[in-house]
Write a protein that binds this ligand. Structure first.
Ligand SMILES: Cc1ncc(COP(=O)(O)O)c(C=O)c1O
Length: 388
C-alpha cells in the first residue's frame, strides 16, 4: 500500500533521519572525502568525485525536493549560483523576464549576463499580467518569479503567470526564498523550477551561504546536475550537513516567526511615523487576497516606509539593540536593514525608483525572540524619533 504523503512538519523533522545504511546512525554522518574508491575498471560505486556527487548534498537535495514536490534538485554554493545554474537550461540569446522589484543581486546577475550576450533581460511589473504577456510575446526563455518580492513584499499570481508563460512556450522559475516550502509550493501552482537561497529560512541559523535549484521533471533535474558538475557550482558537504540540520526545525521556526511578524505589523500600522506597512498578512495589504489563495501563511518578512529625514533614519537604525542592522534574512535572530543602501545597492538609482525602493524603506526579518521584547525594541526605536 503506498503510504500517505507526510505533512510539512513531519518531512522537516524527519529530513534524512534514519537513512544511514553504513552504521544505522539516526542522523546521517558527514562525508568530507573529495574522492571515492572504484571497485575496479568501469566499476564505480554510487559516487566518484565530490564535485559531481556527495551524500550530504544529495540528502539535502532529496529532503527539500520532498518538501517542494520536485523530481529532484542540486545543492549549490549560494542562492545566486542556483539562479545562474538554471539559466543554463535556455539557449544563448533567449529572454529572461524578471520582476522589476527582484532581489538586487538577481538584478545585477541578469544585467551582467545580458551585457555578456548570454541572454536578453526584461524587468517587468509582474502584477500587471498584460505587460508580462507583452514581454513574453515571440520570445523563448524563462519567466523568473519572486513572490513575495524582496524587499516590498509584493505578491504576484504564480498560477496565472505560469499559465501565461506556458501558453507562450516559456519555462517558469520561481524564487521561493522568502516563504520556503513551509508556506508556498510553486510546483503545485505550475512552476517548472524552484530556486532557494538556502542561506535564509531553509538553513535558518545565519551560518551557511547556500542555494538549491529544483526541477519538476527528471530531464530538467539531469540537466541541472550536468551543468552543476560541469561548472563546479555545487555546495560543500559541511554546509549541506548544517543546512539539513537547520531544515529539521523549519516548520516550527516559521510558525513562531510568522506569529511574531503578524503582531509587529499591527504595531507598525499604529505608528504615526510609519506611512506604509508592506506585509501580505495585513487585510489592508494589496497582496492579502492572493496570499490567502497561494500561500499557507504570510511569512516572517515585512517592510515599512518610515516618514523621516536621512538623519532620523540613521538614528533609528543605529539605535537598534535587539534587531541586528544587517543584510540577509530568515535566521533565528531578528535583522533590520535599509534596502536602498544595503541589500539593493547593486541596483542603480533609476531601477530602485522604478521598483519603489525609497530612502525611508526599512525591512525586517523577524526572528524567534519573545514578541514582547521585539515589540518593545520597536517602541524604543520610535521614541528615538521623538527626541530628534
Ligand atoms: C529572494 C532572494 N533570492 C536569491 C538571493 C541570493 O542568495 P545568496 O545570498 O544565498 O546567494 C537572495 C539573497 O538575499 C534573496 O533574497
Amino acid at each position: 500500500m503506498p503510504h500517505k504523503p507526510y505533512k510539512t512538519a513531519t518531512l522537516c523533522a524527519n529530513a534524512q533521519v534514519g537513512t544511514d545504511s553504513a552504521f544505522n546512525a539516526v542522523i546521517p554522518p558527514l562525508y568530507l572525502s573529495s574522492t571515492y574508491k572504484f571497485n575496479g575498471l568501469e566499476d564505480m560505486g554510487r559516487y566518484d568525485y565530490g564535485r559531481s556527487g556527495n551524500p550530504n548534498r544529495d540528502g539535502l537535495a532529496d529532503a527539500v525536493s520532498k518538501l517542494e514536490g520536485a523530481a529532484g534538485g542540486v545543492v549549490t554554493s549560494s542562492g545566486m549560483a542556483a539562479i545562474d545554474l538554471v539559466l543554463n537550461v535556455i539557449p544563448a540569446g533567449s529572454t529572461v523576464v524578471a520582476p522589476h522589484d527582484c532581489y538586487g543581486g538577481t538584478h545585477r546577475l541578469l544585467r551582467a549576463r545580458e551585457k555578456q550576450g548570454r541572454c536578453k533581460v526584461e524587468f517587468v511589473d509582474q502584477s500587471n499580467l498584460e505587460s508580462v504577456k507583452a514581454s513574453l510575446a515571440d520570445q523563448s526563455g524563462i519567466l523568473l518569479i519572486e513572490t513575495p518580492s524582496n524587499p516590498l513584499m509584493r505578491v504576484v499570481d504564480i498560477a496565472m503567470l505560469c499559465k501565461i508563460a506556458h501558453d507562450a512556450g516559456i519555462l517558469v522559475v520561481c524564487d521561493n526564498t522568502f516563504l520556503s516550502p513551509a508556506r508556498q509550493l510553486p510546483f503545485s501552482l505550475g512552476a517548472d523550477f524552484v530556486i532557494h537561497s538556502s542561506t535564509k529560512y531553509i538553513n535558518g541559523h545565519s551560518d551557511v551561504v547556500g542555494g538549491i535549484a529544483l526541477a519538476k521533471t527528471p530531464n530538467h533535474v539531469e540537466e541541472l546536475q550536468w551543468w552543476a558538475n560541469c561548472t563546479g557550482v555545487t555546495g560543500a558537504p559541511f554546509d549541506s550537513y548544517l543546512t539539513l540540520r537547520g531544515l529539521r526545525t523549519l516548520n516550527a521556526r516559521i510558525d513562531i516567526q510568522e506569529a511574531n511578524t503578524i503582531k509587529l505589523a499591527e504595531i507598525l500600522q499604529t505608528q504615526s511615523r510609519v506611512s506604509q506597512v508592506y506585509y501580505p498578512g495585513l487585510k489592508s495589504d494589496p497582496g492579502y487576497e492572493l496570499a490567502q489563495k497561494q500561500q499557507s501563511g504570510p511569512g516572517a518578512m515585512l517592510s515599512f516606509e518610515l516618514d523621516a529625514t536621512d538623519d532620523e533614519i540613521n538614528k533609528f537604525l543605529r539605535g537598534t539593540k535587539l534587531f541586528q542592522l544587517a543584510e540577509s534574512l530568515g535566521g533565528t535572530e531578528s535583522l533590520i536593514c535599509h534596502p536602498a543602501t544595503m541589500t539593493h545597492r547593486a541596483m542603480d538609482a533609476k531601477s530602485q525608483k522604478i521598483a519603489g525602493i525609497n530612502q525611508g524603506l526599512i525591512r525586517l526579518s523577524v526572528g524567534l525572540e519573545d514578541i514582547s521584547d521585539q515589540a518593545s525594541e520597536l517602541q524604543d526605536l520610535f521614541k528615538l524619533l521623538e527626541k530628534v
